[in-house]
Design a protein around this ligand. Structure first.
Ligand code: C5P
Length: 303
């Protein structure tokens, strides 16, 4: 750091992304799957600290750092996101050193890598300011989608309906914070493998989209829970076939006292149990953690 220039760094959180509904509506001719999904974010997540540096660098700590030990830093979505931005606006963004505290399980259906990549974009914009261009938002959205289908929605970081492969996003106003427990039974799941098990041919239509209409902006917790119970995650069945412990996890959550709704998130293996009271979710999380010390269990609020 130059003398006279104050050291700068920004801290950004990367909240867990939870698909409360995930309907697969078709397979596109290019092989990707069209979705209609309701996405919310937890008040738990990874944490990133970014600071300007002479060269791009990544350090990973935290309880799930080990799961990324075999990924070469250059292949990590975090560094990829930082480099993409610097290449997209040369001269505006400079290299950064990123410290990532990995608190979320990896390959878990809660967007870990996508949330981290979105947090890097947010952090770089805070550190270096927004490029002054009229189409900056559109270019950022395109860049985010190139990094991964879930990165644009993670960039929003608030409840959204997500369609297409992740490029059509509508934020939902009035979504009530929902008490929840997130549980990961400890098996990493490959997203392409789960999608492949659906067995859809390129161009083939699949199931229906989200039930219409969505709850209105003044709907309360119970109305949202009721509507969500009419939705589904079409990846649950193929994910259970891929990793049967997910089925055991879903059954365990369904048997919890006071639970309102149980669903897998994304392509798994993380499952979510929803409650209408925060103390019920905290009690459930404590009981689960005692009974399954090898599972990752956390009470949180989704919103
Ligand atoms: O974009 P992302 O890296 O998250 O996707 C991982 C893989 O999951 C894709 O390469 C694709 O095989 C599959 N996928 C899909 N349809 C989606 C999202 C992901 O088929 N909407």
């Amino acid at each position: 750091m130059n003398a006279g220039q104050p050291p700068r760094s920004v801290t950004v959180s990367a909240p867990a992304k939870v698909n409360l509904a995930l309907h697969v509506t078709a397979r596109r001719p290019d092989g990707y799957h069209e979705l209609d999904s309701l996405v919310a974010f937890a008040d738990v997540g990874d944490r990133l600290v970014l600071e300007p540096a002479a060269a791009f660098a990544l350090e990973i700590s935290g309880p799930f750092a080990g799961a990324l030990a075999d990924v070469p830093p250059d292949d990590n979505l975090v560094l990829k996101a930082a480099r993409y931005l610097a290449e997209a606006w040369p001269g505006h963004f400079s290299p950064v050193r990123i410290r990532l505290e990995k608190r979320l399980p990896v390959a878990a259906g809660i967007g870990g890598g996508s949330a981290d990549a979105a947090a890097v974009i947010t952090g770089m914009l805070r550190l270096f300011g927004r490029p002054e261009e009229s189409d900056v938002d559109e270019r950022l959205r395109t860049l985010a989608l190139e990094l991964g289908a879930d990165v644009p929605v993670c960039l929003q970081g608030r409840p959204c309906r997500m369609q297409g492969i992740g490029e059509r996003i509508v934020p939902l106003s009035g979504f009530p914070p929902l008490p929840a427990v997130l549980v990961n039974p400890g098996v990493p799941v490959s997203t392409p493998a789960v999608f492949a098990r659906l067995g859809l041919a390129p161009g083939q239509p699949a199931g229906s989209g989200l039930p219409q209409p969505l709850p209105s902006t003044d709907a309360g917790t119970m109305q949202w829970l009721e509507w969500l119970s009419t939705c589904r995650n079409d990846l649950e069945e193929p994910a259970v076939a891929e990793a049967p412990v997910i089925g055991a996890c879903l059954r365990t959550l369904t048997a919890l006292p006071a639970v309102r709704l149980v669903r897998m998130s994304g392509s798994g293996a993380t499952c979510v149990a929803l409650f209408d009271q925060m103390d019920a979710s905290e009690e459930a999380a404590q009981a689960l953690a005692e009974k399954h010390p090898d599972w990752w269990v956390t009470a949180c609020r989704l919103g």
